[in-house]
Design a protein around this ligand. Sequence first.
Ligand code: GDP
Ligand code: MN
Length: 360
Amino acid sequence: MRLLEWEAKDIFRSYGIPVPEGRVITDPKKAEEICSALEGDVVLKAQVDVGGRGKEGGVLFADPLSVADTAETLFHRTIKGVPVERVLIEERLEILHEYYLSITIDRSSREILLLFSSEGGVDIETLASERPDEIRRIAIPPILSEVPAFAIRELARGAPREIGSIVSRLYRLFREKDAVLAEINPLVLTPRGLCAADAKLIVDDNALQRQGISVNRSLTRREQEAERHGFSYVELEGDIGVIGNGAGLTMATLDLIAQAGGRAANFLDVGGGAERERVMHAVRLVAGMPSVRVILVNLLGGITRCDEVAHGILDANVPQKIFVRLAGTNEEEGRRILAEKGYRMFDTMEQAVYAAVGVR
Ligand code: GDP
Ligand code: MN
């Protein structure tokens, strides 16, 4: 699970990694008070669970006179479809240089991988793809509880010496917090020394209980709704909404979409016995994702009756085009109901998937 920036920074701070002074607020009216306690200009950062906020308008600067308005603006934004419910207000750092530092797991060699670049900041992904040599990598066997000094020197050649203690502390944090990623981008050089201007921490989902992290805490509104209905639901990055029954069939649908060159917006398994109302809620839930362009319903009737499914789809009454593949119990009736309303029906899931992917 990915922690929010302010949560990650609290942990970084507890490990002695320098982070900016700041406070998180849920009400824009608190902005002025926090700002006056910080003295000087501030940076306001949307606490949303997506990367690249800077480029999406999720990081704003303000002075004490404009901070109230800036906070209002930020709280009214959505960043990559995620509404801003929390904002971190921090002292604005004077940045002399931006570095990149991260620790992750190299799954093929089963080692801990340290990455460093002297060109950190918002364009790190471009750098990684266009000039990968600018990112130095060092693998550490996980049996080592400390990063050897020579490895740090090698990794962060050219950076200020104090980076050594930051690398050591981040490594210790990474191991003790069961992290799969600990990243500082940018790690900035200021007149007062190095400071983690941003913080990203992903904790292994299998370790959440041990780490005392509650799983439901960071569910999105839609994920909470899915949980209420008993759907297995995961949001993905694509634009094709997916509804299936049974984890296997739904996974197979996602695989086929990828194979056909499309990108699924989600995984949603409605479960067994999908009656009319459940289907309606599932369709509305998926249609409510701003990224969803078309919806693919792939249901096998068993306990589930296809005519119930058909009515559920009609009841949902959503704007997106819906591609339907229904097979099994009461198949004929289900298809008839939908065909009457102008839906195109498909005999196989391959046909339905290709049709959905083909819509542009
Ligand atoms: P991200 O886009 O979600 O990774 O958000 P970041 O927290 O990394 O902020 C994006 C960019 O905003 C950084 O790379 C910095 O260039 C800039 N930035 C963030 N905090 C400060 C700050 O305190 N002072 C200055 N001058 N720039 C900042
Ligand atoms: Mn960043």
